[in-house]
Design a protein around this ligand. Structure first.
Ligand code: AMP
Length: 175
């Protein structure tokens, strides 16, 4: 498959000093505004899943939902949302973790994953890896098997891979 990394990067907008001074925020709304860009990104993510069995896509609120849902629908498997506290109505499991800028808590419906389910975890940006690590822990605590963690982009300089080194990671773009 042709390497579309450079084409894809043209759809991302760098916003300096957001939400805090010193952070270069990778804005994906400019990608979402382009049907061609969205197709290119989805195609890239799907290309790394060929011949892999995925039973469910677990995606992280909120920016993980855009491509998480597209991936689940393309793979014809259930979409499972990981949400901020107090949003999911049924019994949940909870995980707290540190972020590049602050800390947070995430929740997952306890009955959304069954033991042995083969799971794809998706989020928009892989930065310090704290968010993905927290979701990996929740998925595994319910007996899920993580096949891959994929992202629209990975910020290599933050070395997040050290946190989830045990799992295959793919990103459509790397910085
Ligand atoms: P982390 O836990 O550090 O890997 O952070 C991942 C989460 O924070 C993702 O859900 C992103 O949406 C968000 N995030 C972290 N750093 C950035 C950044 N530089 N630009 C855009 N989003 C970011």
């Amino acid at each position: 498959m042709k390497d579309h990394t450079q084409d894809l990067k043209s759809y991302i907008t760098d916003v300096p000093d957001f939400p805090k001074k010193g952070i270069i925020f990778k804005d994906i709304t400019s990608l979402l505004e382009s049907p061609e860009g969205v197709s290119l990104c989805l195609e890239s993510l799907l290309s790394e899943l060929k011949n892999k069995q995925i039973d469910k896509v677990v995606a992280i609120e909120a920016r993980g939902f855009f491509f998480g849902m597209l991936l689940a629908q393309s793979l014809n498997v259930p979409f499972v949302p990981v949400r901020k506290p107090g949003k999911l109505p049924r019994k949940v499991i909870t995980q707290s973790f540190d972020l590049e800028y602050g800390s947070d808590v995430l929740e997952l419906h306890e009955d959304a994953i069954q033991s042995g389910d083969k799971i794809l975890i998706h989020d928009d940006v892989f930065a310090t890896g704290g968010t993905a690590e927290a979701v990996c822990k929740m998925v595994e605590s319910l007996g899920g098997q993580i096949v891959q963690c994929n992202f629209i982009m990975k910020l290599d300089f933050l070395e997040g891979s050290k946190k989830i080194g045990a799992y295959p990671v793919f990103a459509a773009m790397r910085y």
